[in-house]
Ligand binder design. Structure first.
Ligand code: NAD
Length: 381
């Protein structure tokens, strides 16, 4: 069978779902590989690099979709792309199934099998396919770099002949995958780093990375915040008030605030209010990684950078992985390649779409003319 990757058509998307390296691995599974000409260019992978890795270069998207059996891409496919699917083809991509009923209907009508990368169950065995985590890790890292780029000072404290420089103080709100990556980056740049999460079990992890966990004056913190599967639940009004009170105290001291707080299937909680932004020093920077889901910060504008009247920069970009397209493509292509490994147990270049497999079943949203979303909960945790 042949697996291929078209050029992403979403404006500003620089990532690509197949790299020359992942193509070599896919060939070891018995597949022929193809790519639309120029698909890797924005991520730094020229056609010649693919050719050298044994990948066929196809001139147009239409011709590519026609000749391949498995389509690997990054962004949720458009209607035009979905219309190119035919019976028995497999599509592996981010798909946003919860918000994409039309896309699922179209794929079902075409008889195509769709694997949605955001649906890969977050169990240990599937970590190597967990594209949400690999992209969140990049977003967390890049958020700190972006903040540093907009912050007119050092992260690390210095004593120089020209004067003493205090270290920057950085607060990370939400210590999930992106938050932990941001903490690691911030501490390694030498900032004094604080972190808060509603799940108290992350405190130890935060501290082991050299940051200080922010505790609230709230008796029930130990019982609050953690829902099932390592995710957060909605905070009680009392807990939320205690959290905001603490943030109000911290706001005048913090140079950089990076917010990453999310609750599954809900809009992002608002945690950094207008008065906190107003209390920050001029030159401070906020990066709101929750901007896609409405933002954790009052004043965030999705996909924009705004500077407030008191000189605080608020960054609401939602394309951090695409801003590190080479790295993001390498990791995402590896996630896809691992998915293909599980779909090809005999390494014979043929997809064995085993719906008894928890991971494959969990990620499959259409299969043999049926919509199979939402999946049953995985048997193994
Ligand atoms: P996420 O992106 O859904 O949320 C980010 C963080 O925001 C979470 O840590 C959450 O607790 C926090 N948060 C929510 N409301 C908050 C509030 N009001 N104030 C402060 N923080 C708030 O989470 P994620 O990064 O996708 O990961 C969530 C969990 O899943 C973690 O426990 C992680 O270890 C786990 N996980 C497991 C696997 C695996 O086993 N394969 C893979 C990835 C993640």
């Amino acid at each position: 069978m042949k697996i291929g990757t078209p050029k992403e058509i979403f404006e500003g998307e620089n990532r690509v779902a197949m790299t020359p390296e992942s193509a070599l691995q896919l060939q070891k599974l018995g597949y022929d590989c193809a790519i639309e000409s120029g698909a890797g260019a924005a991520a730094g992978f020229a056609d010649a690099l693919y050719e050298a890795a044994g990948v066929e270069i196809v001139k147009t998207a239409a011709a590519l979709w026609k000749e391949i059996d498995i389509v690997a891409k990054v962004r949720q496919p458009t209607e035009t792309e979905l219309k190119r699917l035919t019976k028995g083809k497999t599509l592996i991509s981010f798909f946003n199934p919860a918000g994409n009923a039309e896309g699922m209907e179209l794929a079902k009508a075409k008889g195509a099998n769709v694997i949605a990368m955001e649906m890969v169950p977050r169990i240990s065995r599937a970590q190597k396919m967990d594209a949400l985590s690999s992209m969140a890790n990049i977003a967390g890292y890049r958020a700190v770099i972006e903040a540093g780029n907009n912050f007119g000072r050092f992260f690390t404290g210095q004593v120089t002949a020209a004067g003493k420089v205090p270290p920057a103080k950085v607060l990370i709100v939400g210590a999930g995958v992106a938050g932990l990556a941001a903490i690691g980056t911030s501490t390694s740049l030498g900032a004094i780093t604080y972190a808060f999460d509603v799940r108290p079990e992350v405190a130890e992890q935060v501290e082991s990375m050299g940051a200080e966990f922010v505790y609230l004056d709230f008796e029930e913190q130990q019982q609050d915040g953690a829902a099932t599967g390592g995710y957060a639940s909605v905070s009680s009004p009392e807990f939320h008030a205690a959290q905001l009170k603490k943030f109000r105290e911290l706001a005048p001291e913090m140079d950089i605030v990076i917010t990453t707080a999310l609750i599954p299937n809900r809009p992002a909680p608002v945690l950094w209010t207008k008065d906190m932004v107003a209390a920050m020093k001029p030159g401070s920077v906020i990066v709101d990684l929750a901007a896609e889901r409405g933002g954790n910060v009052e004043g965030t504008v999705k996909d924009e950078k705004v500077v407030t009247e008191n000189g605080v920069t608020i960054i609401g970009y939602t394309d951090f992985p695409s801003r590190m397209a080479a790295q993001a493509s390498s990791l995402y292509a590896t996630n896809i390649r691992h998915m293909m490994t599980d779909l090809t147990p005999d390494k014979d270049g043929k997809v064995n779409h085993n719906m008894e497999d928890d991971v494959i079943r969990g990620a499959t949203v259409t299969y043999e003319g049926e919509i199979t979303f939402p999946p049953p909960p995985p048997k193994i945790q």
